[in-house]
Write a protein that binds this ligand. Structure first.
Ligand code: SF4
Length: 256
């Protein structure tokens, strides 16, 4: 698998060149979300390590950066990107080599980790997950690794946000299990004070069904007091010219 993939057409970030620092056919994550498009988590962990050698990532970046047309470079891929211990090293390289904004899609479980904070503070956009409103819903929907309580999770997001001055978005995946609790989630989100709310529902094949456009519109109303609210059904997706389409498909494996 290649570590650099895309650009993909992202409904929230535009033409996004992906960097996958996990790069495993079976994902590695601190969550096992019931809606995950990559199937069940085989390796559920909070332990950070190097999954792809830095030299390999830099080699691919040097080869591909000059030839891609992208709006943003995004850390994402086959698992939770903050688990990669060389994340900050790669961010430092990118900051020297490109003027493109740098973003991450994170599940928010490591936002209280000193090394993760140091790395993420160098990014231009942090998109952090928040799908739930209490311990039970957290266990049911995100099914976290041992050692993560809902309280600790929320405190981690809040304390990171307090010290992060660039664009901070909350991504919320709505499904049957949390659709009637949008108000409770909005209340928590209000205390976090994000720059943007991204309302999502799993449109790609996975173990659960997406909500309808109408259901998402209703949910969006609960977030009316926020400065910027976008939803997956409304956003426009730009045209892209991917480096290798197969590398994108490997990260969209349907495993219902
Ligand atoms: S955090 Fe993302 S990669 Fe991890 S299980 Fe949830 S959806 Fe899948």
């Amino acid at each position: 698998m290649k570590t650099v993939y895309g650009p993909v057409s992202s409904w929230r970030l535009g033409r996004s060149l992906g960097i996958d620092l996990i790069c495993r056919p079976k994902k590695v994550c601190s969550f096992d979300c019931i809606y995950c498009q990559l199937g069940k988590t085989k390796e559920k962990t909070l332990k950070r390590k190097i999954f792809v050698k830095t030299e390999k990532v830099l080699k691919e970046l040097k080869e591909n950066l000059p030839k891609v047309k992208a709006d943003v470079i995004t850390f994402s891929g086959t698992g939770e990107p903050t688990l990669a211990e060389n994340l900050e090293e790669i961010i430092d390289f990118l900051k020297r080599e490109t003027n493109l904004p740098l973003a991450i899609l994170t599940n928010s479980t490591s936002l209280d980790d000193k090394a993760v904070k140091s790395a993420l503070n160098k990014l231009d956009i942090v998109v952090a997950k928040l799908d739930t409103f209490d311990e039970d819903s957290f266990r049911e929907i995100n099914n976290p690794a041992k050692g993560i309580s809902f309280k600790k999770y929320i405190e981690g997001i809040k304390s990171f946000r307090k010290n992060y001055s660039k664009k901070f978005a909350l991504q919320i995946m709505f499904i049957k299990e949390n659709k009637n609790f949008a108000e409770d989630i909005a209340e928590i989100a209000r205390k976090i004070e994000p720059d943007e709310i991204q309302i999502n529902t799993p449109l790609r094949p996975c173990r659960v069904k997406p909500l309808t456009k109408l259901e998402i519109e209703k949910i969006k109303k609960e977030f009316s007091g926020f400065k910027n609210v976008i939803s997956v059904y409304e956003a426009e997706k730009p045209k892209v010219s991917p480096l290798d389409i197969k590398e994108i498909q490997k990260r969209k494996r349907p495993k219902p």
